[in-house]
Design a protein around this ligand. Sequence first.
Ligand code: ITT
Length: 188
Amino acid sequence: MKIILATSNAHKIKEVSQISKTSFEFVPKTFEVEEDGKTFSENAVKKARFAYEHEKIPTVADDSGIEIDALGGLLGIRSARFMKGKPYKEKNAKILEMMKDVLEEKRTARFKCVAVYFDGTPHVFEGVIEGKIAYEQRGENGFGYDPIFIPQGCDKTMAQLSSEAKNSISHRAHAFKKLIEYLKSLPI
Ligand code: ITT
């Protein structure tokens, strides 16, 4: 079954193909959609709906980001727009600077992903990974805020994990595993 994966993020495309490992064919395609929703879910539905109206076949989109408790839940839905145009090395350095006086137990954070399958109706699947913000950037794998995020129960940052390890525990893995279970349950 062919499904459009509406994203402009090459890292997401790689991760979804590693997570899915199924007969579903996710075909990546970029659409210009303004992410002006108030929640991950609103934005993910908007992206998937836009792609569906354009392509006329089922689509999938995800909206995701990092929530840092000591920053009042930021970056949240602004994760992609924070310091837009700057490299992630600088964005991550800025976050670490903002967190410099925050004690270990207050450094809690999480990545969230809302994946939407749209076939005329939105089907919404959420994934979360809890963790904390590191004191320095570590690792070269993954993308975005992975070098400053330490998953719960782990002593490495997400960017120090292999892609197999990240894609078995990540917020995206949790959301897309639910989405794929749903697709497998469809009578097609
Ligand atoms: P599309 O909207 O085209 O899919 P995008 O990169 O703009 O691509 P989002 O709007 O969902 O995607 O923004 C998600 C941002 O959150 C992303 O750009 C990263 O900064 C961050 N993020 C999401 N998942 C992440 C992950 O697994 N590791 C590190 N950072 C992540």
